[in-house]
Write a new protein. Structure first.
Length: 251
């Protein structure tokens, strides 16, 4: 490690990853944002899913000030975050065959909708099965993952495939295997993960692209405002009323 502080080194690592994603994923970001705009324009619904810490990026684009009101969280009990006890149960559930099918069968997803699936490794049964099942239903799938995992790890899905193999569009977060960005001679394990920083920024870039794409077509993007700004609640109430049949986090 260099003479700079661990904090500075982490910022440098995260900023470097953001620069890579901006440069190398620009075309896919544009395609993903356009796909979401196409879905909104065609009166489809938007959903996002992530397991464990990948769920943080999914939650970041749901019911968010400045975000698309139509983005809904596709929640799988026990894997949405670290609130389940023990926390390790969430990791175990990601490897259970059949769970994704059960969730989708009871969800409002239908043909013409779009689903963002976030999985850093893309190797577990849950995200792979969810992508396969969703596409079979006629849902467009955007996968957010680290493509590097597919070349250096073994899939945990019965097919031997990864999330990236079952998506209409793949966004590569460029995160190294293991997620951690720093090492220190006096620390036995790598530390300072950057996947949340990079993945949330990547998805906000997609959301911005979608809003811009809708505006270019003459369609007002269904955006939310902060409830902590005067008039925000009234604005959001009008959005909820107009698009209520495509918003599920209020029901």
């Amino acid at each position: 490690m260099s003479d700079s502080s661990p904090a500075d080194q982490f910022f440098d690592a995260a900023i470097g990853l953001l620069h890579r994603v901006r440069a190398e994923e620009a075309e896919n970001i544009e395609a993903a944002g356009t796909l979401l705009a196409d879905t909104v324009a065609a009166e489809g619904r938007l959903f996002a899913f992530g397991a464990g810490h990948s769920s943080l990026a999914a939650q970041d684009i749901v019911y968010r000030a400045g975000g698309l009101a139509l983005m809904n969280l596709l929640a799988v009990p026990g894997v949405v975050g670290v609130d389940v006890m023990p926390a390790t149960l969430g990791s175990a559930l990601e490897r259970v065959d059949g769970l994704a099918s059960a969730v989708l069968d009871s969800s409002p997803l239908r043909a013409g909708d779009a689903l963002i699936i976030i999985s850093l490794s893309g190797r577990n049964a849950l995200p792979v099965e969810m992508a396969v099942k969703a596409r079979a239903l006629g849902v467009k799938v955007i996968g957010v993952t680290s493509v590097a995992y597919a070349s250096e790890t073994k899939s945990r899905h019965v097919s031997g495939t990864y999330l990236k193999d079952h998506c209409d569009i793949v966004l590569d977060s460029k995160i190294a295997i293991g997620d951690a960005t720093l090492t220190l001679d006096t620390v036995p394990a790598p530390f300072a993960p950057a996947s949340t920083v990079v993945t949330t920024a990547l998805l906000q870039a997609v959301m911005a692209t979608a809003a811009g794409s809708l505006a270019t077509r003459g369609i007002e993007p269904p955006l939310l405002r902060s409830g902590n700004v005067d008039g925000g609640h009234d604005w959001n109430g009008e959005v909820f009323e107009k698009y209520g049949d495509r918003i599920f986090y209020r029901q």
